[in-house]
Design a protein around this ligand. Structure first.
Ligand code: UD1
Ligand code: CA
Length: 448
């Protein structure tokens, strides 16, 4: 099988972002912008893409060490020069070279694939992607002969007034026949701006009597290029719409998509309803039939089926089925709420397991604890898990009943069916089926 290799251009300075961070590392819905271009390229070619780096090369390379091969362009002398810089990284036997700009995060793998397939069926050396738009946004214009054939790409800076009025724009994604590309790049002239433009290859091919094919983009949103932070916000909005549409088409209800932030990595099951002002991030997975929000921030959390999360913050946590939390709950790293746990107002849980059916209605902090099934945690209960130097564990047995405002001074263990009185400060273990009260708590009665 003759192979295709993808090159993603990312050496430019991104001056207009006015940022210390390289442009392609600016986050877009939780991932650096370049991640989208790399993913699309990887999917379209089935091989690891090559990223051309220059400005901020170390940071870019570090961010994508596993996802791409790298070629260095130093100094950056234009997009044609950038492709030339990638040549040594392109594997032997590559017959087609796909090139895209690293600042076009909405370009899909399907479109790149169409570009590749169109070029494979074409006898000229180039297939390029174009888009019709009223706002040219500084894109290169596609100049055609009177018979409709592509003649050249003219950059805005070099365009005549008449050319500036052309509505067909160069998107910045191309597929080249590799042998022709490598033979032709050294022939590129220096532009008036002092750069080697990749886009001049179009005129070059035409001057050799070869034909250049243009493929129109079906969805113009794919052509959104990010040069400024205003463009970044536009790209985020368009990408968000795409994610929302996909979720709704797969059976998720979004009450108000415009006020719902969902990153592309998030998975949500059917018949789950997401209310406004939710932020669903990272590797979060939500099951079927849940009700999320209003007002929830959920990061890297796994949620089972039939759960309810209302006005709460969940980070790095696990919720099994039919858990309900909120309002104003906070789950932190390592919180694991088993089937049917109820966690009401103002609770915080960190690095703890709450067994099936545990109830924790009001104002509690549970840290470094293991709580068995059907324990009732009274209002204001606190695990005093930190002595100023170290964290200590708390264990509570099945069906225990923790009275309101109990302080559990860890390390401490309460047996199955144990009870504490309101305001107890528990400094010693409480045996099973015993009632402990007071400060410090003493066992005053056996319950069984
Ligand atoms: C380029 C195209 C233009 C097209 C537009 C679409 C050229 C000459 N022009 O213009 O026709 O309409 O994209 O967005 O190609 N880069 C390098 N090395 C360089 C210069 C740029 O790697 O020396 C990278 C940049 O990081 C960026 C991409 O190439 O990812 C495009 O460069 P940019 O300067 O943004 O080109 P445009 O002016 O947008
Ligand atoms: Ca650009």
């Amino acid at each position: 099988m003759p192979t295709a290799t993808g090159i993603v251009l990312a050496a430019g300075k991104g001056t207009r972002m006015k940022s210390a961070l390289p442009k392609v590392l600016h986050p877009l819905l939780g991932q650096p912008m370049l991640a989208y271009a790399l993913e699309a390229m990887q999917q379209a070619t089935g091989t690891q893409p090559i990223v051309v780096t220059g400005h901020g090369a170390e940071a870019v390379q570090q961010a994508f060490a596993q996802k791409a091969a790298f070629a260095r362009q130093d100094p950056p002398l234009g997009t044609g020069h950038a492709v030339q810089a990638a040549r040594t990284a392109v594997p032997e036997g590559t017959r087609w070279v796909l090139v895209s700009n690293g600042d076009m995060p909405l370009l899909t793998a399907a479109t790149l694939r169409r570009l590749l397939e169109a070029q494979q069926a074409h006898d000229g050396p180039i297939t390029m992607l174009t888009v019709e738009a009223d706002d040219p946004r500084g894109f290169g214009r596609v100049v055609r002969f009177p018979n409709g054939r592509v003649q050249a790409i003219v950059e805005e800076a070099d365009a005549t007034e008449a050319q500036k009025r052309i509505r067909e724009l160069n998107v910045g994604a191309y597929c080249f026949e590799a042998a022709w590309l490598w033979a032709s790049l050294p022939k590129l002239p220096l532009s008036p701006k002092g750069e080697y433009y990749l886009t001049d290859l179009v005129g070059l091919a035409v001057s050799e009597g070869r034909s250049v094919q243009a493929l129109r983009l079906e969805d113009p949103a794919e052509a959104i290029g990010v040069n400024t932070r205003v463009h970044l916000a536009e790209a985020a909005a368009a990408l968000q719409q795409r994610i929302h549409r996909h979720l709704m088409e797969s059976g998720v209800t979004l009450i108000d998509p415009a006020r719902t932030y969902i990153e592309p990595t998030v998975r949500i099951g059917r018949d789950t309803v997401v209310w406004p002002n939710c932020y669903l991030r990272g590797t979060t997975e939500i099951g079927t039939g849940c009700e999320i929000g209003p007002n929830a921030y959920i990061l890297d959390t796994r949620i089972g089926n039939g759960c309810r999360v209302f006005a709460s913050v969940l980070e790095y946590a696990v919720l099994e089925n039919h858990v309900d939390i909120g309002p104003f709950g906070h789950l932190r790293k390592g919180a694991h709420l088993a089937e049917g746990v109820h966690m009401g107002n103002f609770g915080e849980v960190k690095n703890s397991y709450l067994g099936p059916g545990v109830k924790m209605g009001h104002f509690s902090y549970i840290g470094d604890a293991t709580i068995a099934e059907n324990v009732n945690i009274g209002a204001g209960t606190i695990t005093c898990n930190y002595d100023g130097e170290r964290k200590h564990p708390t264990k509570i047995g099945k069906g225990a009943f923790i009275g309101s405002d109990t302080m559990l001074v860890a390390p401490v263990e309460l047996g199955e069916g144990a009870r504490t009185g309101a305001g107890a400060v528990v400094t010693k273990n409480v045996p099973p089926h015993s009632l402990a009260v007071g400060v410090p708590a003493r066992v005053i009665r056996k319950l069984k």
